[in-house]
Design a protein. Sequence first.
Length: 599
Amino acid sequence: MMTAHSFHIPVMGLGYTVETPAKVAHFGISSVISIVEDNLIEKMRKMYYEREGLEYQEIKLKDEDYRAKRITSYLNIIKRVVDANFERLKSQEFEAGTQLTNYFELLPDNADLKKLYLEMLSADETDKLELGKELKAKMIKGSIDVNIMTKLDKFNYDKNGEQLAPEFCDAMAALRGFALSDLNSGIVFSAGMNPRLFSYCTSFPDFFPDKNGNFKKQIILKVSDYRSALIQGKFLAKKGLWVTEFRIESGLNCGGHAFASGGTLLGPIMEEFKTKKQELVAELKQICEKTWKEMGLENISPSLKITVQGGVGTANEHNFLLEHYQVDSVGWGSPFLMVPEVLSIDNESLSLLVNAKKEDYYLSDASPLGVPFNNIKNTSSELLIQTRMDKNRPGSPCYKKFLQFDTEFTKIPICTASREYQNLKEIQMKQPETPEKVIKKGEEILKVKECLCEGLAASALMANGIEPDRNLSAVSICPGPNLAYFSGIFSMKSMIGHIYGKENLLNSLERPHMFVNELELNIKYLKNQIRKFTDETIEQQIKFVETFKNNLFEGINYYKELADSMKAETKTFIEKMKNDLEEIENELFQITIGEPELA
């Protein structure tokens, strides 16, 4: 799918981008909706139906296949809103202050459409009229993409406690909701391969090419490295499913869940994709063609995009990723948390971000999934945990049950942030035979596990004046650490201007290059992992640390050579980057298992 802009807005939390396409797609900007939380989606659906003057009928929990139906209906109403906004915009004149003019003013200066627009502005009246028609004919909307975190695919049960069929698992139902919608867009699968979910795509014709080689529904894989892309891509290709985009994300320098990549850094990962892209396309196409031929489809020449996201913060970094690694788009996520015109965020959370200090951003153990989670201190969700502990009522009531994966105490999985689990954990901790290390781990769980099902959805509801159910209004925020370098509330125009180098929205903090920031995050992560080591697994620990360090050393050497390629940066900046790399390298040499300063 063609794009107007060289950036996209990735999914953020469950609710921060839940309605972003309705706000930005008519300006040609692509963004991603999480379709995990159907309760939130149903409330947003009601709001949009009422705004559009449509008769709303609730899709209730007792309704058959309610989850998929909610998602389908919501995506359809968002598409309707986007289409109407776009047609309204195109009906306007090229006059100062109109949305039509804003559409073109927001474009990057090197875009063909922007060049044609600038040509129109200086043309005589006759040519201006013709060029205006041509411009309107070439305008495109941003894509309304959706996201499923593949791990969130638990089984569900009927009222009698009987397990439902696999197609009613959370992710499977969400996929069906997207597949049956009117959207012509992509589904982003994140957090690794789910064979059952991936295979389910074959149940829907929209995921296969038509006779003209077009895909109504596209598959986008969020991956951490080339190997992961190849493995997942081949699995899908064997079923005739083409990956239209590999979306590479920094392991630690991103928002939300952080999947550390064993010390392998973003730069070397991107270099491998750049070097092997044609090889990847050829291999996946050859595998796909076997199935396509059986379907009577021949001479299909699908395109494949490579995009990247995680920690980018300046126009120079943005352009370098586009030009040096030849990527098709760059994801800008966390900075848009300070743009309420684009994202759905409540005023209290926005104020917290605006006033946050660099040390307030941290990698937490808040997620019940057991995956590191980028977080910020003093959220209302964090304060609620402490309040409940003070009242000797740890844990959250578990109403939505999306993160029920733990079977330590129960046959049917429960959530580690839930009141049920934490009560059972407290009982275990009080037993005289319970080992000290189990008690210590239990204490940490009680202190940090957040109810993300409620916390990552509440902000969007409150931003729209909707009361969360049961007054569960505590908010979880999942910003990437890069947000520490932005302070303020910004307009969409200003943020896009920053992305394209027309404005500078960075605060006064000295900001290293995104690759240096990522490297520092990996060093910090490695030290924290060493702190958590126990004596029982010393051989595995030594191997882990050696591999992690070796990958970091390779990355440092790569960045040392790469620095001189950054022609847009000043000589002073390049020298500072090289000095930063030297200091980090020296620090890395000193890291060993059991060193005193890590205790």
